[in-house]
Write a protein that binds this ligand. Sequence first.
Ligand SMILES: Nc1nc2c(c(=O)[nH]1)N[C@H]1C(S)=C(S)[C@@H](COP(=O)(O)O)O[C@H]1N2
Ligand SMILES: [Mo]
Length: 199
Amino acid sequence: MGLDQQQSGAPAKDRVPPNQKVTTGFPVLHYGDVPVYNDLRDWTFRLFGAVEEEQTLTFDQLMELGMTHVTNDIHCVTGWSKLDNEWEGIPVEAVVALAKVKPEAKYVVLHAEHGWTANMPLADFMAAGNVFATKHNGEALTPDHGYPLRFVIPHLYFWKSAKWVRGVEFVEKDKPGFWEKNGYNMYGDPWREQRFAWD
Ligand SMILES: Nc1nc2c(c(=O)[nH]1)N[C@H]1C(S)=C(S)[C@@H](COP(=O)(O)O)O[C@H]1N2
Ligand SMILES: [Mo]
């Protein structure tokens, strides 16, 4: 962010991708039911696919990987953007380091509750600024927004930011996730308006 933008007060135009409107609320958007977790002792997080060592981590083991803070803007394909989100969570590198990803892995598929998935290139998954979040703006994630863990990848449309994430599959070839099978773009860059498969 440039100095001009920081001093101008109002969100600068170049923080908001084309055909997006800034909202101050936090809309809830997903397919299916919000999962209910009574006991995180049953919760696991899986790293699998093109890795040297498949891992199944408990929630506590994940939390031991360290905490990081990121602040970013998010852009939903339905047209809303929300600026200055503060997320707290587990650094992506720390999670990936455990699995020892094989060189042939070029994409990931995030696996969430109820079989929901989202795909992206490995390089985008690893981008600085992403996080496996447990908190938003200082508060624990609510069930609606992904409790106990959601991925956050701000440089792609927000549908790639899997709520209730339960694992990462490393793959050689890109394969469509849930929304990508339903007509959305394989990549989803908001600055290039890659909303649908044909964009
Ligand atoms: N597990 C899961 N994650 C999901 C979705 C979903 O249907 N299931 N929807 C995505 C979509 S389309 C959006 S816009 C964001 C919305 O996140 P929010 O409800 O916290 O605003 O979650 C994304 N993550
Ligand atoms: Mo969305």
